[in-house]
Design a protein around this ligand. Sequence first.
Ligand code: ADP
Length: 340
Amino acid sequence: MATLSFRGVQKSYVSGTGARRGSGEGVTHVLHRVDLEVGDGEFIALVGPSGCGKSTLLRCVAGLEEISAGDLHIGPRRVNDIAPKDRDVAMVFQSYALYPHLSVKENMAFALRLQRHPETESRVAEAAEMLGLTPLLARLPKELSGGQRQRVAMGRAIVRRPSVFLFDEPLSNLDAALRQQMRVELRRRHQLLRTTTLYVTHDQVEALTLADRIVVLNAGVVQQVGTPDELYFDPANRFVAGFIGSPTMNFVEHVPGCVRGEVVGVRPNDVEVGSGEIVATVEFVERLGFEAMVHLRVGEETLMARVEGEAPSPGAKVGVRFSRSYRFEKATGARVREPA
Ligand code: ADP
């Protein structure tokens, strides 16, 4: 196991042909001065919109990309110039990247066989047992289901007993039910192995349920690092507030109590419908079994409220109050904190 440390890590790409002249042009900055300390045995999820640099950050740790500036340490070792195979990390890809012509057993044993590792047999047997793959060891990848392939990809990483696991959206090819099952398995396995883990996902539910801490990235800039509860209940800025939590936070500017130059954020769970000084009209109601999403209009703005049990009818005028809300600067998105 090992700690991971990013100090001022940057990644830029310089485009070759077609780069325009002039300073800065032709250079894409993908990661901007990333500072992050990951504790030994910690499970960190990296989340953010598509293209924000999550995979790039992971690939920098794996050594598949060279960093452009800063220092990257795995344990006490600065690994900027260390070859991928010598970094003691194991990566699990979205595509699983299994060898199609090798059996499950041979896929799992592959890396250790290359090293002529004396424990190859026993480690493969142990990992197969842990992952429920023992009866499938002789099969080829094409004879497995998606979930089983995902387990083989995990097994291949586990047998190496690396200092760090790197996961790049490992569950995104699975259907919803299997994803949920694999989430539980991943968490359980992490509690058992306690290997330092970086896990890239665009699925915030995965991040919230799996990770000890979550890193929210936007356009290559770390927006906030915190526990799932910190990000949900105490977002640093409007971006994090809008990104974490489902259904998404409402943002309004013109309801009573809003300050000029600020935006108020309120989660649908925190919009109480019934009485309150805000007068809203019910536009429509989405029934979701026991609960309902009530779409409300307040002047020119809309608000979503999550209501349990009976919901008001479309067209009704209702009073609304916020049980919890957040204030953000309109211009910068920075959180405006109430004076202590
Ligand atoms: P994510 O994993 O968050 O979806 P990526 O890390 O894959 O994002 O990509 C981040 C950004 O870096 C994207 O805008 C992508 O176009 C850019 N990028 C990735 N690889 C290269 C490359 N080889 N050359 C130029 N730009 C790249």
